[in-house]
Structure formats: structure tokens, C-alpha cells
Design a protein around this ligand. Structure first.
Ligand code: NAD
Length: 353
């Protein structure tokens, strides 16, 4: 049930507010742009102190999805749903029933999937009430399932392009410091080890670290140390906001290229990296493999088509790196400008899912 629609400043579309008095379910579906097609982006289920904090997060995330989808050349605009996780007990089935009905009411303007705090089971529940959902189990011969191997492949290919660009070197023999050896980090470590890179890893979960050290001969360091270790590349694959005024001066790597979303705490941190001579591969450009896989599932594409799209990620990155170097501007600013231009030039492609 959608209570009202609001329009933030730089949005082409609206925020649709979910406020279901009967169940108490609160949330928002933010649609930033539909210039390239229906707005696609996951559903986050998270604690927020206030509706205003929830709206602000949805606005930031929906804008980010517009940029990511545009840069990945997907026929989708950008959107995101955020649901407010109650502090006390709650009925999960009711939350996702109310959410599914809100998605259905938008009649295809927004397509949802998993994000932080939501699962395949939640999306299956949503699928019972609307077809505008992805992130379900894959059908035989079709794309779908765990997106993290695709995310890792896009980062790996991007890292190869970045080391060639910034260091004139292949990955073989270089040292990569990987922060977070979860789904994306572990797949990335395997690809890097196969390519002959040396690995330094850290994770708050000791078992995950042991897996990488035993299987791939990686060197483990503490979570406090990983940002400042002597390495050629720093690959953030855990949390957002890891690059800020406190951490950037500690970096000894010459390249940052990893999977975490929103790695820069603020836009100006890109300038700080540039000032230190560190080449930053913008997060949403290099980690688009996951959304490419989710989009392919929705479109009924094959794993081969996902592979083709993921292989193109470093081409776009190279354009950004070259343009940034030519004008002496931070890569995050160049990437955002390019994404806005792609959206402005868009001709929506009809989708038959
Ligand atoms: P995950 O939860 O499987 O892995 C994250 C890992 O980081 C965990 O092992 C966790 O223990 C570790 N970690 C948490 N705090 C840490 C810290 N302070 N220092 C070191 N390690 C820490 O998640 P994931 O799916 O691998 O995603 C990793 C990042 O990539 C997230 O930021 C996610 O938003 C982003 N991302 C993931 C995908 C995907 O396909 N899964 C796609 C795009 C972006």
C-alpha cells in the first residue's frame, strides 16, 4: 500500500512511501530514473532511527543504482526499496506481503531483488504477489543464483586493466591486500591466486581467513592492519565508507579496486586519493557483475550473456581512467559525470521479461 509520493531534488521520478497502518510496516520505494527502462535495485531491510533517515538512505541508494545500471549498459533505470526493520518482534511474512503489494501497485516501474537484510526466501514470497522481482533461484540454462562469482570476475578484470594502466604491469607477482574474504572476497582471491598475484587478507571472521590462507597460501593480517599493509593493490570487499580522511593517509597501495559498495566516505575522498597518487577504480563501475547477473535473470538471459556483459566492465573503466588522467580529475567525479551523461542520452529499450 503506497501512502504518498515525494520528489527529491535531482530525481526524475519519485519516492513512494509505504506506511501501512494496519500492520505497522514502513518503508519507501525510491525511483531515481526510468530514462533507460524500469527502475531496478534491491530491497534493504534495516534499522533506521527515523523515517527521515530511511528516506535519505533510499535516495542515496536509488541514485547509485541509476549510475551503476547505466554504466553497466543495462536496460534499466535506478531504484531501491528500503523497509524499516522493527526493533521488537515482527511477522516477516506480513512485511514482505505489504512490500510485494507496493511493488505490484507500481505496475513494473520498479523491479526488486535482495539486498542487505533480505534473502531468496523473501523474494520468493514477493514473487507470489508480483512478477516484478528477481534474485530467485536460477531456471535450467538461464542466468540467476549467487551473483558474487560474477561480481568477483568483474573486479578481477578491472584490476587487471587498472594495474596495466597505472603500473604498466600484469597481476602476476603483484601483491593484493583483500579486506573481507566473504562471498566476493573469496572468489576474488581464487582468481588472483590463479593469476599469480600474492595475497594478504583480513576478515573479522577467523574461519573465513583460515579458508584463504590454507587453500591459497595467503598471508593473514589483522583487520586494523590491512589498509596500511605494503601492497600494490588494496581491494575493499567488506564494508562501505572505508576510504576517508583517517584511512587514506595510511594506504601504501598504489591502486584501490574492490567490491564493496560506497567505498568513499564522501565525494571529496576521491580527490584525496588522487592527491596521494593512488588510482581509484570506482566501486559501482567495477562491482556491477552482481546486478548484471540479477538483470539477466529477470530478462531470461543465459550465463553466456552475463559473461559477455561482465567482460565489458574493464572497457568502461579504461575510458574513465584515461579521461580522469587527461583532465587531472578524480576518477569518481569522472565516473559520475559519465553515468549522468549516459542517462541523459538514454532511449528506453522495451523489455519482454
Ligand atoms: P559477505 O557478507 O559475504 O562478505 C563480507 C565479509 O567482510 C565477511 O566475511 C565479513 O566477516 C567481512 N568483514 C566485515 N567487517 C569487516 C572488517 N571491518 N574488516 C574485514 N572484514 C570484514 O558480503 P559479499 O557479498 O562478499 O559483499 C562484500 C561487499 O561487496 C559488500 O560491500 C557488498 O555490498 C558489495 N557487493 C557485493 C555484491 C555481490 O554480488 N555479493 C555485488 C556488489 C557489491
Amino acid at each position: 500500500m503506497i501512502a504518498q509520493a515525494l520528489r527529491p531534488a535531482d530525481f526524475e521520478e519519485c519516492l513512494h512511501v509505504i506506511d501501512d497502518k494496519a500492520s505497522g510496516v514502513q518503508g519507501v520505494i525510491a525511483i531515481h530514473s526510468m530514462a533507460r527502462g524500469p527502475a531496478a535495485g534491491g530491497c534493504r531491510f534495516w534499522h533506521y532511527d527515523s523515517p527521515a533517515a530511511m528516506h535519505a538512505d533510499a535516495v542515496r541508494l536509488a541514485r547509485g543504482m541509476s549510475y551503476k545500471n547505466a554504466m553497466a549498459d543495462l536496460p534499466f533505470g535506478g531504484g531501491k526499496a528500503v523497509l524499516r526493520r522493527p526493533t521488537g518482534s515482527f511477522d516477516r511474512a506480513t512485511v514482505f506481503r505489504v512490500f510485494a503489494d507496493a511493488v505490484a501497485a507500481l505496475d513494473g516501474a520498479y523491479i526488486t531483488a535482495e539486498d542487505v537484510g533480505t534473502s531468496i526466501a523473501d523474494m520468493k514470497a514477493v514473487r507470489e504477489r508480483t512478477r516484478y522481482v528477481a534474485g530467485l533461484e536460477p531456471r535450467p540454462g538461464k542466468a540467476g543464483g549467487d551473483p558474487s562469482p560474477w561480481t568477483a570476475l568483474g573486479i578481477f578484470e578491472s584490476m587487471k586493466a587498472t594495474t596495466r594502466f597505472a603500473l604498466g604491469s600484469e597481476l602476476k607477482g603483484l601483491t593484493v591486500a583483500v579486506q573481507g574474504t566473504g562471498n566476493v572476497g573469496m572468489h576474488l582471491c581464487r582468481l588472483l591466486a590463479d593469476a599469480g598475484a600474492k595475497l594478504i587478507v583480513a576478515d573479522v571472521d577467523r574461519h573465513r581467513v583460515e579458508q584463504v590462507t590454507l587453500a591459497l597460501g595467503a598471508r593473514a593480517v589483522s583487520v586494523e592492519e590491512i589498509i596500511g599493509v605494503e601492497a600494490d593493490v588494496f581491494a575493499p570487499c567488506a564494508l562501505g565508507g572505508v576510504l576517508d580522511a583517517a584511512s587514506i593517509p595510511r594506504l601504501r597501495a598504489r591502486i584501490v579496486c574492490g567490491g564493496a559498495n560506497n567505498q568513499l566516505a564522501t565525494e571529496s575522498d576521491g580527490q584525496m586519493l588522487l592527491d596521494r597518487g593512488i588510482t581509484y577504480a570506482p566501486d559501482y563501475v567495477v562491482n556491477a557483475g552482481g546486478i548484471i547477473n540479477v538483470a539477466a535473470e529477470y530478462l531470461g538471459e543465459t550465463p553466456g550473456q552475463v559473461h559477455e556483459r561482465v567482460r565489458k566492465i574493464p572497457d568502461r573503466l579504461q575510458v574513465i581512467l584515461a579521461r580522469a588522467a587527461a583532465v587531472g580529475e578524480p576518477t569518481n567525479i569522472i565516473a559520475d559525470g559519465l553515468a549522468r551523461q549516459i542517462i541523459a542520452d538514454a532511449r528506453p529499450v522495451p523489455i519482454h521479461a
